[in-house]
Each structure stands twice: as structure tokens, then as C-alpha cells.
Design a protein around this ligand. Sequence first.
Ligand code: PLP
Length: 506
Amino acid sequence: MFSTVPAATTHRPRAERLQLLEALRTSFDGLDTTYERADGTRQRRIYLDSAASNLRCTAARAMADRAMQHYANTHSQLHMGASLMTALYDEAHAIVRRFVGAPEAYTAIFCGTGVTGGLNRMARVLTAQRPSRDVVITTMMEHHANDLPHRKHAGRVVHVPLAHDPDGEAGRVDMDALRRAIRTHADRLNYVAVTAASNVTGITNPVHEIARLAHDVGALCVVDAAQSAAHSPIRITGDRDDEALDVVCLSGHKIYAPGSPGVIVARKDLFAGHEPEEVGGGIVEFVDTERYTVTDALPDREETGTPNLPGAFLLASMLLLMERVGMDLIAEDERALTQYAMERFTAIDGLHLYGSHRLEVAERIGVLTFNLEGLPHGLVTAILNDYFGIAVRNECFCAQPFVRQLLGIADATGVAPDSCLDTCTPQAQPGMVRVSLGLYNTRADVDAAADALADIAARPDAYRSKYRALRNGHGDWAHTDFNVPPHELLTLEGAADDWVRDALSS
Ligand code: PLP
């Protein structure tokens, strides 16, 4: 059914690709940013929050900036800049399609700022296109973006549980439970929506096998690749025709391209006859005051308005650079660092790492989520920032049902927003601490985090005595005498004043 496109991986010798990887690693904005610490020293920040957004790649930015020397709006061929922009924007679509190995039968649509926009769009489209199918299956490990749009637009949503490894830790989706759910809802199942990798545990799912099971009953497979795309290879076509994914959604800001649009890569035929979700300029053929006709061409008909060209160029440039290194090598490198981080973290007394620790049972990308016994997640996160210059994220990561389940909380009852006392537990104020890796992270970063966590675990009271709980419903903590208000770091007004000073003095 699907033809294949040429493999996007490079044929360069491995040694050269390793050299490229080393060059890329240091090519990011913000790696040298320093902040003051609670002990009065300044330190280069260590960024371990890539699962939220990763840093911008300077090499990709330089490529996109070359295009911006010709900036103009698209949709005209008659001046140089406009025709070049139109060609480059087409090229950006083609690069995204190739990155996920999507053949001609698929379109790439730039949409919103991330996967949230793409999944909402596809929930509406697939509901409208397949009205007799009013059930969606998703899993317990989904981000709200791959759950709530289906609840709002697509009918009944069934959440499939996860399998557990021999140690009782949660792994990937329970395939037997998924098979049963698909059988139960076979006639009414519209699609299975599944994440390629969890943003809580980093654990990956067998998306092609899931696609085959969905296709067996005439359902579709929609994949949330927000978390996985920058970390492991994804190919839309599987080993067999019936394993091809129908829809894949990406977030550019999680692929080293903040400011870029989100992307839907989807089978073109899923849009056949569908009135575009949004209408306006750029997609119409004829308009009078009574009626209008919309182009049949994809992705055009799903991309009304002026496109975010700088963002699309930045994302496409980054995908090209990652292709030249090879996603296989990027994944291999990250797997080794993840394994190292798991070993270092699990050796810390009182640290509980969530999700299976056995990569051979449940593969994971570089996302490690944990709690330190007896210490609130907000407090640990604040200490890492204030004393160690380490940026990590805490709370529920927009995956409340999954985090509650991992914490053993049966339901949402009994969780009062202001219940966070100084001794609060992850159960009273649900949440965890998340360390997540990007291309720029090294063993030294992991060591810094592990050493810091070991120190916090060994001297909890010394740290705790310096903090107070904010009782703001998020489980945040503040240092009693160290606080750098954001406006002291930077304001846009201040940056404008600097420009004025420089302009007048030159
Ligand atoms: N899906 C997963 C697995 C995520 O990790 C995220 C963001 O953290 C999203 C969806 C939502 O992505 P965005 O905020 O880019 O729309």
C-alpha cells in the first residue's frame, strides 16, 4: 500500500558522524549562561529540562538566518524573495516528511506551536470524517495533549493500563489489555492514540505493532512523537504495510527549534472531502460575498494565513543536521548516557526512580523521574537550582492520571491544593522530579546531578531549614534569604535601553 522514501540516514563513515555529533553537541544557545547561586558564587547552568523544551541549536539557527536574508511572504512567485520563500517553505515540508520516512501518500502540515495543536486538529478531523466510530483508545501514560482533545472532540476515551516488569515497575503499554480493548470496541473504534515515548518515564511503546492491531479492526493509529522525535528514529512506514502509522505529531520546540510550528504528518486521504478546520487567505481559489472554494492541494488547504517561516526553516534545518549525524547514532549515544544516569541515580540512598529500570524490558529515552524519600519534589527542585545551578522540572508534567498512578494515589480525592505542609509527601502534593537529557548533555552533567542529589539525600535537614513552603497549590518552595527575581536577570525594556545606548554612542 505504501511506497517507501529513500532512507534519511547518511552514508558517511561512523567516525565522521561521531565527529559531527561532537560538533553539534556544543552548538546550542544558552550553554554558557551563568546564574548566581545561594552560596554567592556564579555557575554555568546545567540544563536538564529538555523534555519540556530543549535549547536552540545555533548551527540550525545560522542556516535559517541565511534564508531570512531573503524574507518575504509566500504565495507569490513574481519577486525573488517571495518565490524563494515559497520554494524553501515547500522544501521544509519535504524535509519533515523525509525525517519520519513518510512517502508521497502523506502530507506534512505545520500547525500550532506543538503537538497539542496537531492532536486537537486531528481529533476534530477524524471525528468528522468517521462519524460512526465514536470510541478512541489511548493509554495510561499519555500527556494531557494526547487525552483531552480526544475526550473533547472524539467521543468516549478508553485508557489502557501499562504492563509491569518483574520488580513491579511500570513499563510500556500492556499489549494484552490493548488487544482486549480493541476487540471490545472493534466496530466503533475510530483510532488508537499512543505516545511514542512517555514524558514521565521516557519509556517507549511499540507503535508499529499497535498500528497493526488497530488496522485489523479498521481503526487508525495516531502517534504522539513530541517526546521521542529528537531522541530516537521514527519511521512512519513499518516493516509491513499494515504497520504504517496513520498520523504522527511533532513539537518543534522539543527538537531544538523553539519558536517553530508543530507538525502533523498524516495520510492525505484522511482529509478527503473535509472542510478545512480553519479558513482565510492563502487557501482559496474563488471568493465572492456568497460563497468560496478552497484548494484541494495539501498541505495548503490546512495551512491558512501567513506561515511561520522562520520557525519552519529553523526546524527543517535542525532535522537536516540530525539526519547528517544519523538518528541511530543520536539514539545510541543517549541510550548510553541514560543507562549511566540510571545507574548513578538508583545508587543514591532514598531515591526512587519511576518506571522500569530494565532497558531490555522497557526501552526508554533520556527521561528520569524520581522522588527522594521524605523530601517534597518542589523542595528538591528548588535546592538543585539554588545551590547547584541545575535546571530540572517537577510536579505532574501534564500527565496527572499517570503520575497519580505511579505514586499509588487511587484518585484525585483528598488532594487539597493548599495541603502542602512543610513535611508534605509526594502523595499529599502529587508530583515528582524529572531530569531529562538533550544532545548537549554529558556524563559531567549527570555526575553533577547525581552528586547533588546524593548530598541532598544525606543532609536533608540542613537544606530544609533554609526553605519555606509557598502553599501555592503547586508544591513550590522558596529559599528564606536567596531569591533572584526574574526582572533582575533580564527585561525586554532593559534590552531596548541597551540598544538605544549603543545606537547613540556609536
Ligand atoms: N505529548 C508529550 C509526550 C509531551 O511531552 C508534550 C509536552 O511536554 C506534549 C504532548 C505537548 O506538546 P506541546 O506542548 O508542544 O504541544
